[in-house]
Design a protein around this ligand. Structure first.
Ligand SMILES: Nc1nc2c(ncn2[C@@H]2O[C@H](COP(=O)(O)OP(=O)(O)O)[C@@H](O)[C@H]2O)c(=O)[nH]1
Ligand SMILES: [Mg+2]
Length: 699
């Protein structure tokens, strides 16, 4: 059986590149009403607080489970590693929102209004110009635990190094000190992000810009302005960011087209996309390009929230018109926007970012209501967190419950053995020494049998370990480096974009062949592991938990995702001049690195998987061995009348009761993980959220 069936074919030419339109799902419905704000709303920080508490409760359950394992003598290095990984991944969960749209739609202003109004001023620079085009990530760097502004010079676009790689090289970024104690200092420092540079048209093209979309430098016709920075990372200790919120502010169409990594890699990783339009321009041709070429191309996983926001509704406010008339005008604008995007009008959220910010700063309640900023905040944060809950539930929670149940099984085994000993001992009445003697002899036989069977486990385990080595050799670094180096060489030397696409196609064919072989070997590995478990269960008469097969399906899926992401790079995403562009080379080189990293983690996964198959068996053997030996010692002591049977039976009973209590505790821990919901069901949902599906048809 092969699991590769859904591997997409990689088109060799740009022209036949498929441009798949994904159905877009909106999970909210916004109704433009007059008195909206009467609904109970919770803002971002309240919602994120709730999320943090929820995560910390899960963390507490994990810690309690750790103690439980120690108490029950079930703690070992393997479990410790798995638990540690879960605790870390819980801590590192980021919640990312991406703001996408043409320049000047008010993305940056909206970020200011939603998150930074407490500073009493506009923290992030929002400008009318089209050159403020540096993608910016706002978060708090927990590792470095300090504020900073890091800027990647635009010239790095001439290199083959990808953004992902640059992230790991902080010394190549320009760092600007960020004084978080003063809002003014912060604003000043953050203004650096918008710096521009004068370059010749030729240089601008080389850097991947379309000169037609750039501003000319007044007097010098041959010179244009380009952003000075390619990417900005802002780490600062804002309470929301400290709790794991991450904001991605993207520039307009121009920069989206020259940074495929941004659109094809960073965007698909976010939990919510806010697509911004503006009421003063309506839906323009370039808005449509962003919508069709970038947003619809993002793979719309279930957990992705998508929001179409119509900003600047204040431009429709007219002092001389009645409220009714203004509402009508806004409603008309919403309907037009929805028709153009081919979505339900109820999915277009009207807002005025600017007035929202002003209202928050001035604490002007009626302006706040008119700006609709609070409703957007509520819908956005509720949706974002509900999606994140789903993700955490299907990863951390499921994995922890699995660990709990695996450990429970071992405890059950212990319980069963002790019950057997109890039954045995209770047949002894008075000082029936003859029978004790018999039991001792029986136990000796059991021990010999146990040892014999134990010996037969090791060869099967070794066989599985050998098979693991075969798996590792299929995906070994040597095999790969040949493919990878060859491809990278060709990518560097290729002169045409078509040549680049062809090279990647060949690379994927080679990688595909490796995965087919891995799948074949994985199937064999699973068979071996299964028979090892079957034999173990029947030899030792234990009910083993179900074996988790080697995760080949998941691995194939992961690789397919990398390939699919690469496949989505197509002609529409580039303006004509980027033909044979370095951006394509860089993007593909990035894909090759992703594939390499994928195999690196797959090697680790393989080793961990084998350990997770073998370790529980060894643990069972250890417990079994320990129980036979201690039983033997007890029988010997009984024989010598060092203590009486009644006393021993009592002790056994206590032990059994203890195990039963511990068993209940484990079940309770597992139950807590499912019962604990992020949002209390009693909490009123925003009245305007109705779950609906709206499918957007492509062109
Ligand atoms: N009237 C009005 N202007 C806005 C609003 N939001 C943003 N702007 C203005 O639009 C321009 C571009 O805003 P900016 O946030 O930089 O847009 P971005 O390029 O999408 O990030 C700035 O001059 C803002 O002051 C709004 O709600 N109403
Ligand atoms: Mg901006």
């Amino acid at each position: 059986m092969t699991y590769i069936a859904d591997l997409p074919s990689f088109s060799a030419s740009l022209d036949i590149q498929e441009s798949k339109i994904y159905p877009i799902t909106f999970k909210y419905r916004f109704k433009y009403q007059k008195k909206q704000n009467e609904a109970m709303t919770q803002n971002f920080s309240e919602n994120i607080d709730q999320f943090s508490n929820w995560k910390s409760d899960i963390g507490k359950t994990l810690s309690r489970f750790r103690l439980w394992l120690r108490r029950n003598d079930l703690f070992n290095e393997d479990i410790d590693k798995r638990l540690f990984k879960l605790q870390e991944s819980l801590k590192n969960e980021y919640l990312t929102i991406g703001f996408v749209g043409e320049f000047s739609r008010g993305k940056t202003e909206l970020i200011n209004a939603l998150f930074f109004a407490d500073y009493g001023q506009r923290i992030l620079p929002s400008e009318a110009g089209r050159t403020t085009m540096c993608p910016t990530e706002l978060f708090f760097d927990k590792k470095e635990n300090r504020p900073y502004l890091r800027l990647l010079p635009i010239e790095t676009r001439l290199e083959h190094t990808t953004l992902t790689e640059y992230r790991e090289m902080p010394n190549l970024w320009t760092e600007v000190p960020l004084m978080t104690s003063s809002a003014q200092e912060m604003t000043l420092a953050l203004h650096t992000i918008t710096q521009v540079k004068k370059v010749s048209i030729g240089e601008a093209k080389e850097l991947g810009f379309d000169p037609d979309m750039l501003e000319r430098c007044g007097d010098l016709d041959e010179m244009v302005e380009v952003p000075a920075w390619r990417h900005a990372l802002v780490s600062f200790p804002h309470p929301l960011l400290k709790q794991g919120l991450c904001i991605l502010d993207t520039p307009g169409l121009n920069a989206l087209g020259s940074e495929p990594e941004l659109t094809l890699k960073l965007l698909p990783q976010v939990q919510a996309i806010v697509f911004l339009l503006s009421a003063d321009t309506g839906v323009t041709a370039s808005d449509m390009s962003v919508w069709e070429d970038y947003i619809q191309k993002v793979e719309h996983k279930d957990e992705l929230g998508l929001f179409a926001v119509l900003n600047k509704i204040d431009t429709l406010w007219d002092e001389l018109s009645s409220r009714k008339k203004i509402d009508k005008a806004v409603k008309r604008m919403i309907d037009t926007t929805a028709r153009q995007l081919q979505i339900d009008p109820r999915n277009v959220l009207p807002v005025s970012a600017q007035k929202g910010l002003v209202a928050k700063v001035r604490k002007d309640k009626s302006l706040l209501v008119k700006s609709h900023i609070e409703e957007l905040e509520n819908i956005l944060s509720t949706n974002l967190l509900e999606n994140k809950e789903k993700i955490v539930s299907s990863s951390v929670i499921e994995e922890t419950r699995l660990l709990i149940h695996e450990s429970l099984q071992i405890l059950n085994q212990k319980h069963e053995q002790l019950s057997k000993q109890k039954t045995e001992l209770s047949t002894l009445t008075g000082d029936n020494k003859e029978k004790i003697h018999q039991l001792i002899e029986d136990n000796k036989v059991t021990f010999i049998e146990f040892q014999k069977k134990s010996l037969s486990v090791s060869p099967s385990q070794r066989l599985l370990e050998k098979q693991t080595q075969i798996l590792l050799s299929v995906i070994g670094s040597k095999v790969l480096s040949k493919e990878v180096e060859g491809t990278l060489d060709e990518l560097v030397n290729s002169r045409t974009t078509i040549g680049l696409f062809r090279q990647m196609k060949q690379f994927f064919i080679a990688i595909n062949a490796i995965m087919v072989e891995l799948s074949r070997e994985a199937e064999l590995t699973n068979k071996m592991a299964n028979s090892l478990y079957k034999k173990f269960s029947s030899d030792f008469n234990v009910d083993l938990f179900e074996l988790r097969p080697f995760p080949i399906i998941k691995l194939n899926k992961q690789l397919n995702q990398i390939i699919r992401q690469s496949n989505k790079l197509n002609k529409n995403m580039f303006t004509a001049f980027t033909e044979q562009s370095i951006a394509v080379k860089r993007f593909f080189a990035g894909t090759v690195t992703d594939v390499m990293n994928f195999f690196k983690t797959t090697r680790k996964t393989t080793i961990d998987w084998t350990q997770s198959v073998i370790n529980p068996l060894n643990q069972q053997l250890r417990i079994h061995h320990h129980m036979i030996i201690s039983h033997q010692q007890e029988l010997e002591a009984l024989k010598k009348s060092e203590f009486n049977i009644e006393g021993k039976l009592k002790a056994l009973n206590n032990l059994l009761t203890d195990i039963e209590i511990e068993r209940d505790t484990a079940l309770e821990l597992s139950g807590t993980l499912v019962d604990k919901k992020l949002f209390d069901s009693a909490r009123p949902k925003p009245s305007n959220i109705v779950h609906l599906k709206a499918t957007v048809r492509g062109k």
